[in-house]
Design a binder for this molecule. Structure first.
Ligand code: HEC
Length: 159
């Protein structure tokens, strides 16, 4: 009986604590409602500053070694194969070909890399989270001149 009683006390205490935590959580959501809504509806892409900043970090860590600082590329002429017959990493800053592709294609290249088709880019499918891939795409898009980005949007509407 004694054991049961103390068990009940603990149970009651736990329930009360939970109830309190819930009330506090609800309160804090209510007071920060407006800014939360704003963050949630911020569209993905080059105008999403937080995403672009995250993407810049991802790019520096995983992509810059080949695609160059700010994705300007590795060599002056990226259309010419290197001595080993492989193509150099192309620029992704809007001067190359990347902006001709819809986002799904760019994401596929990031996931699969180029090795399967005789290239040298490694696959990032399991190396980056979906959030990091989204962020690096936004960063790359942020490097394109506004006109290029507008043209790309027009070409790839809904893709
Ligand atoms: C080891 C070098 C290397 C690394 C690291 C690398 N890439 Fe690449 N990337 C290439 C090469 C080379 C190509 C051209 C295809 C090929 O030969 O594999 C390419 C192609 C691409 C393309 C297609 C460009 C186009 O014009 O269609 C995209 C997009 C791209 N890379 C994004 C990335 C991103 C994002 C990262 C980092 C997460 C990354 N790459 C890391 C070498 C690299």
């Amino acid at each position: 009986m004694k054991i049961n009683l103390s068990f009940l006390t603990i149970l009651l205490f736990a329930l009360t604590a939970c109830g309190e935590a819930e009330t506090t959580a609800k309160k804090s959501v209510a007071t920060t409602d407006a800014p939360n809504v704003q963050i949630k509806t911020m569209p993905s892409g080059p105008s999403n500053t937080a995403e672009v900043m995250r993407g810049r970090g991802v790019f520096k860590e995983h992509c810059q070694v080949c695609h160059g600082e700010k994705a300007i590329g590795q060599v002056a002429n990226w259309r010419e194969p290197l001595a080993d017959g492989k193509y150099p990493a192309p620029p992704l800053d809007g001067t190359g070909h990347a902006w001709h592709h819809p986002e799904a294609t760019l994401l596929q290249t990031i996931n699969k890399g180029g090795m399967a088709i005789g290239g040298t880019m490694p696959a990032f499918k399991d190396k980056l989270s979906a959030k990091d891939k989204r962020a690096v795409l936004s960063y790359i898009e942020s490097l394109w001149p506004t006109k290029t980005y507008q043209m790309w949007l027009q070409r790839n509407k809904g893709h």
